[in-house]
Design a binder for this molecule. Structure first.
Ligand code: PEP
Ligand code: MN
Length: 340
């Protein structure tokens, strides 16, 4: 249930209500908006809902009680109608500014990472991406530099001032990756790795949850709920394409998902046209389309020499195509009332 408090509610009232809910063994999630505080009470039995709602409404500081029938609650729009803005070391995601995350698919060496980081930062990127632990369909391909790569990523952050995002695949690595990363990435293959989602829910590092390649929007939001239910509310959703009958592109970028999840959830949404298309020449137009559809930003792969990339060269932008894309995004952002 969602309990919406009125403007008479004090901190003592919020505490009193929290204690009351906890005494009933309910999960308690608090969302403090500019005008209203909303409390999510998770675990009320269906047959008790009506009576409990009546008891709560008798409290002078309760405005309304809304039963939530959806399978996701804390990440649902009703919990924070004004939307979530996540502040990652000064970079806002979900606010008026469009956030561009860019960098190589995989960290390959110090030289290429530092060079790429500097370039994308000078050309408008605000978050640096780079994989140190790489998921791979083949057990024989490159799996990333591991902790060595994380150290290089931290060095690139010091060099450019950009916060960094990197993937974590294993529950055993969460603590280590949190030491270096400003945003954890959960990749498409791990969207339903519930032990990983729970572990990430326990930490307080922001997380970007990619949509599973064969997952419905509702399943994706339920995966986000796993993380939020453990108290980590700093979740960014990422549409990265789904598998369809079409094989011309690597995946089918589901542009529908962007306005749909913006409506269903208060979480920010980032588009990944690199994995969504698998083709570098489609990254720029699909980025533009995603921003026009309401995405809060894009994450794109950039490599100084895609023809030599150890991974995902065919979908990586070069320096010139990255700056071209940035110049196209700016007027689109403006047209939808945002800025780059
Ligand atoms: C990546 O970001 O490099 C990646 C592996 O993404 P996905 O999980 O979407 O395939
Ligand atoms: Mn990649």
């Amino acid at each position: 249930m969602i309990i919406i408090l009125n403007n008479k509610a004090t901190e003592t009232n919020i505490q009193e209500l929290t204690d009351l809910l906890k005494a009933r063994d309910l999960g308690v999630h608090i969302s403090r908006g500019a005008e209203t505080t909303i409390i999510g009470a998770i675990g009320v039995l269906d047959e008790e809902k009506a009576e409990f709602a009546e008891q709560l409404i008798s409290l002078a500081y309760v405005e309304r009680v809304v039963p939530i029938s959806k399978p996701y609650k804390v990440v649902g729009r009703a919990f924070r109608p004004e939307g979530t803005v996540i502040n990652v070391k000064g970079v806002e995601i979900g606010g008026n500014k469009i956030c561009v995350m860019a960098g190589p698919c995989t960290i390959e060496s110090r030289e290429m990472l530092m060079e790429t980081a500097k370039f994308v930062q000078e050309n408008g990127a605000r978050i640096l991406r780079g994989g140190a632990y790489k998921p791979s369909t083949s057990p024989y391909s490159f799996h990333g530099m591991g902790e060595e790569g994380l150290k290089l990523l931290a060095e690139a952050r010091d060099l450019t001032g950009m916060p960094v995002i990197t993937e974590v695949m294993d529950t055993r690595d969460v603590e280590l990756v949190c030491k270096y990363a400003d945003i954890l990435q959960v990749g498409t293959r791990n969207m339903t790795n519930f032990s990983l989602l729970r572990e990430i829910g326990e930490c307080r590092t922001p997380v970007m949850l990619k949509r599973g390649w064969a997952s419905k929007i509702e399943e994706w939001l339920q995966a986000a709920e796993y993380i939020a239910s453990r108290g980590n509310y700093d979740i960014i959703l990422c549409e990265r394409g789904i598998r369809t009958f079409e094989s011309y592109t690597r995946n089918t970028f589901d542009i529908n998902a962007i306005p749909a999840v913006k409506e269903l959830s208060h979480l920010p949404v980032i588009a990944d046209p690199s994995h969504g298309t698998g083709k570098w020449n489609l990254v720029d137009p699909i980025s533009c389309g995603a921003i026009a559809a309401g995405a809060d930003g894009v994450i794109v792969e950039v490599h100084p020499l895609p023809e030599r990339a150890l991974k995902d060269g065919g979908q990586s932008l070069k320096y010139d195509t990255f700056s071209k894309m940035m110049s196209h995004l700016s007027p689109i952002a403006k047209a939808v009332g945002r800025e780059l």
